[in-house]
Design a protein around this ligand. Structure first.
Ligand code: PLP
Length: 414
């Protein structure tokens, strides 16, 4: 591997824009720069481009174009889902709504829920996960109460790649919803304000990390709300999607213009939205991506576990994204491994990108019950479609020596 070339193994943090995506976006940064709300030719061009992207996303999700809403990021989509459901529920007379989520969610889900809980506006339940990072469906069922308005569970985790049983959760919620609606009919007759109780609990799923590899057909999944981010799927940064099933009520929280049918005000980021459309289109054409990545992932994963002693895979071996390897190297600090790999031209992460520079151990790894030391010695390698076998061979060549040196310094296993 020549010294100057760089190996990018941090695709869960962000991905390189696909050339076809970039080409689709380019005209909307230059000659077709119009505001989609304008009534003249330039506005029409922008409006058409957004419509096309909306159709591409709808096609990818298996929903109607009217159920696709563009936002400024997946963080915004997650926030819109949470604040939007809570505000709508309150409007309907639910004084203290209850939300169920899980302890390993991304901060884009956890922080708005914690914020609402701290303000006394909601009650929240944070479901634990097992040692592989998977929630227990029975525990979820036991925690659903009469005032539960939202269940928010991610499709796949950004740090350990664990895949959650979304379709099973949806099935359970659907069954409970039907049963609950029958029970609530009596109460509804007493409280005329409590309409649409049948839609609760609403099921939101953050599918940001799953979108490249797993089926995101919303009907098959059975979700009511779903979040996507373009920059994790070889598209541009600064654009997200919230799928909102027809008939599900949520209140907007960015107010201003009439854009996105009143659910998200603000002049549309036309080139980025075009990029989102082109990015999901590309996923459809790259169905074989997962199979070839799986081979590379397993080569890296097994290579490390075999050649470097005292290493542990974090998360599930089986229910795992095909691009994620998260390994703890006992006796070596994650930050030091990252820096040493960086010097060798290899880019990895110690946890989620958002927590880099933060020395508190990852909430995801801690939720697995692996302890602080193992959490601090974890490295996340996330592969992408541009990685090659040669690159994996190079990492497997340089890594043992790095770990050996760091363990020598720490005095462990030397
Ligand atoms: N949800 C998950 C699971 C993520 O991995 C990320 C980004 O790391 C986000 C949400 C936030 O995405 P964005 O950068 O588009 O705000």
């Amino acid at each position: 591997m020549p010294k100057t070339s760089k190996i990018y193994l941090d695709n869960a943090a962000t991905t390189k824009i696909d050339k076809k995506v970039f080409e689709a976006m380019e005209p909307y940064l230059q000659e077709d720069f119009g505001n989609a709300s304008s009534l003249h030719y330039f506005g029409e061009k922008a409006h058409e481009a957004i419509s096309k992207a909306r159709n591409q996303v709808a096609d990818f999700l298996g929903c109607s174009a009217l159920e696709v809403f563009f936002t400024g990021s997946a963080t915004e989509s997650d926030n819109l889902a949470i604040f939007g459901v809570v505000r709508s529920a309150k409007k309907k007379g639910i004084v203290k709504p209850h939300i169920i989520t899980c302890s390993i969610e991304h901060p884009a889900v956890l922080e708005p829920i914690k914020h609402l809980e701290k303000n006394g506006e909601i009650e929240a339940t944070y479901l634990p996960v097992d040692k592989e990072g998977i929630i227990n469906i029975h525990e979820l069922a036991e925690n659903i109460k009469e005032n539960t308005v939202l269940v928010s569970i991610m499709y796949a985790n950004n740090e350990i790649g664990t895949i959650e049983p979304i379709a099973h959760i949806a099935q359970l919620i659907g069954n409970l919803r039907n049963a609950q609606s029958k029970n609530l009919n009596f109460k509804q007759s007493q409280n005329a304000n409590f309409q649409n109780s049948k839609q609760y609990p609403i099921f939101h799923c953050d599918a940001v990390q799953a979108a490249n590899y797993l089926d995101c057909n919303v009907e098959k999944l059975g979700v009511d709300l779903l979040t996507l981010s373009a920059h994790k799927i070889y598209g541009p940064k600064g654009v997200g999607v919230l799928y909102k099933k027809n008939g599900i009520d949520i209140e907007p929280f960015v107010l201003g213009g009439h854009q996105e049918r009143g659910l998200r005000a603000g002049t549309e980021n036309v080139p980025a939205i075009v990029g989102m459309g082109a990015a999901v289109e590309q996923i459809k054409h790259e169905k074989r991506q997962a199979a070839s990545l799986l081979k590379l992932r397993d080569k890296l994963l097994e290579g490390i576990l075999k050649t470097i002693p005292h290493t542990h895979l974090n998360g599930s071996r089986k229910n795992r994204l095909p691009n994620n390897v998260n390994i703890s190297f006992e006796g070596a600090e994650g930050e030091s491994i990252l820096m040493a790999l960086n010097e060798k031209g290899v880019a990895v992460s110690t946890g989620s990108a958002c927590s880099s520079g933060n020395l508190t151990p990852s909430h995801v790894l801690m939720a697995l019950g692996i302890g602080v030391e193992r959490a601090h010695s974890a490295i996340r390698f996330t592969l992408g479609k541009y990685n090659t076998e040669k690159e994996i061979d190079y990492v497997l060549k340089v890594l043992p020596d790095i770990i050996y040196r760091l363990r020598k310094i720490s005095g462990r296993f030397s």
